[in-house]
Design a protein around this ligand. Structure first.
Ligand code: ATP
Length: 355
C-alpha cells in the first residue's frame, strides 16, 4: 500500500507551479512543506514527472522519515528517477543518511545535516532537486524546517496549506529563499495512526525480506549514536558494588562523566539513585534495536536489527539485507531509537537520552 500516487487530477495552481519551476535557471532546489496528509508526496510525484517530461534531470531527497517512500525507513534517501514513476516507493536510493527513528523530534541536527549532504550530492548532476519533508510543522518541527532551510537555502519552498495555518512558518523561512503557498487539494485524504503504522509495517517488511544475520566485530567498527561504550570500562570492583547495591546483573558499564551501565534486573525492589551520576539501561531495550551501517563518508549503507550483543566477546549479531561485500565498507555501527521486527511490527520508540 502506498499513500501517494502520480495523478494529473490536481488543482490548476500545480501546473502553474510546474511552469514556474521549469522556467527558472538550474540547478534548482525546491523544498515541500506541509502538515500531515497535506499532499506533499503527491505534489512531489506530480512535479518530478512533469519536470522529467520536460527533459530535466530530477533528484528526489526523501526526508519524510515517518512515511518514506524510498527504502530503507528511518533514513533520508536520495534517488534519481530515470523516467516517469507513479510513487517514490518505486525509486531506488543511491545515497542515504541514517536518522534511526521514524519520529525525528529529537533529531533536528541529523535531519538538517542529512538533507544538506544529500542535496549537495544531488546538485553534482541534477537540474532540479525536490525535497520531501515530514508533516511535523509545529514547535520543534518548525525549527527543524528552519535549520534545513538555513543549510540548504532552497530556491523555492512550497507550502501546502488549508487555511493559512503555516503563515508563521512561511515568514520564518522566507529569508532563506522564495516561498510559494498553494492550497491543499480537496482530494487529499487523512490517514489514521493505524493506517500510517500499516504503511510503515509494509515498508519494514519489504526492506528486511531476504535479510541475513551478520556478525559484527565491535573492535573493528566505531559505535556511534549512543553514550554506551564511552568512557573507561568499569573495574570488577565497580561492577560488584553496583550489582550488590541495586540487585542487578551488570552486563557492561563505563565510567565517563557519569556511570553508564547495561543491566538486567535480578531482584525487583524500589531503587533510588542519582540519575545524573548513574545511567542504567535495561538490556532488553537493546533487543531488536534499529542500527545503521555507516561508511567512511558518514553515509548509511543500510540498516539492520540488533539481534544480540555480547559485551564480553565484543560481537553483535545484526539482521540486515546489506550484501556481505558491502558490509565490509562500514566503519561505524550507529544506534537508532526504534525497536522493530523484520515482520514490520514496531516494538517501540526510545528517547534519545535513553541510550
Ligand atoms: N491531488 C490529489 N488527488 C488525489 N488524491 C490526493 C491528491 N493529493 C493528495 N491526495 C491523497 O491524499 C493522501 C495524502 O497525500 P500524501 O501522501 O501525498 O500527503 P503527505 O503530505 O505526503 O503525507 P505525509 O504526512 O504522510 O507526509 C494520499 O492518500 C493521497 O493519495
Amino acid at each position: 500500500m502506498n499513500k501517494a500516487a502520480y495523478t494529473l487530477d490536481v488543482p490548476e495552481d500545480r501546473f502553474d507551479l510546474l511552469d514556474n519551476l521549469s522556467s527558472r535557471p538550474g540547478p534548482l532546489k525546491v523544498m515541500l512543506v506541509g502538515g500531515t496528509d497535506s499532499g506533499k508526496t503527491t505534489l512531489l510525484t506530480f512535479l518530478a514527472n512533469g519536470l522529467i517530461e520536460r527533459g530535466l534531470r530530477v533528484a528526489v531527497v526523501d526526508s519524510d522519515v515517518g512515511q518514506k517512500g524510498i527504502l530503507p525507513p528511518a533514513t533520508i534517501s536520495l534517488a534519481f528517477p530515470e523516467g516517469s514513476f507513479s510513487s517514490p516507493s518505486e525509486l531506488t536510493g543511491v545515497a542515504h543518511y541514517f536518522i534511526g527513528t521514524t519520529s525525528p523530534g529529537q533529531y533536528a541536527g541529523e535531519m538538517a545535516v542529512g538533507v544538506k549532504r544529500l542535496v549537495d550530492i544531488a546538485l553534482e548532476s541534477a537540474d532540479v532537486v525536490l525535497i520531501d519533508t515530514t508533516g511535523f510543522v509545529e514547535g520543534p518541527g518548525a525549527e527543524m524546517k528552519r535549520l534545513k532551510a538555513e543549510l540548504v537555502r532552497p530556491d523555492v519552498t512550497v507550502f501546502l496549506e488549508r487555511d493559512n495555518e503555516l503563515e508563521g512558518l512561511r515568514k520564518l523561512l522566507s529569508p532563506y529563499g522564495d516561498v510559494v503557498s498553494i492550497r491543499v487539494s480537496p482530494k487529499a485524504r487523512e490517514h489514521s495512526r493505524e493506517q500510517r503504522r500499516e504503511v510503515r509495517r509494509e515498508k519494514w517488511r519489504a526492506y528486511f525480506s531476504g535479510s541475513a544475520l551478520v556478525e559484527v566485530d565491535l573492535e573493528n567498527v566505531s559505535i556511534g549514536g549512543t553514550s554506551l561504550f564511552q568512557g573507561r570500562p568499569l573495574t570488577d570492583e565497580e561492577v560488584e558494588l553496583l550489582s550488590s547495591l541495586f540487585g542487578w546483573l551488570v552486563l557492561a558499564g563505563w565510567r565517563g562523566r557519569r556511570y553508564t551501565v547495561v543491566k538486567s534486573d535480578v531482584q525487583s525492589f524500589p531503587r533510588g539513585y542519582d540519575r545524573f551520576a548513574l545511567h542504567a539501561i535495561d538490556f532488553e531495550r537493546l533487543s531488536n534495536l534499529l542500527v545503521g551501517f555507516i561508511d567512511g563518508n558518514g553515509l548509511c549503507l543500510g540498516v539492520g536489527i540488533l539481534k544480540w550483543i555480547s559485551f564480553s566477546a565484543k560481537k553483535a549479531q545484526v539482521l540486515t539485507p546489506i550484501p556481505p561485500e558491502e558490509i565490509g565498507r562500514a566503519v561505524e555501527l550507529r544506534f537508532g531509537r526504534i525497536r522493530v521486527l523484520e515482520t514490520g511490527e514496531e516494538l517501540g520508540l526510545l528517547r534519545r537520552e535513553e541510550l
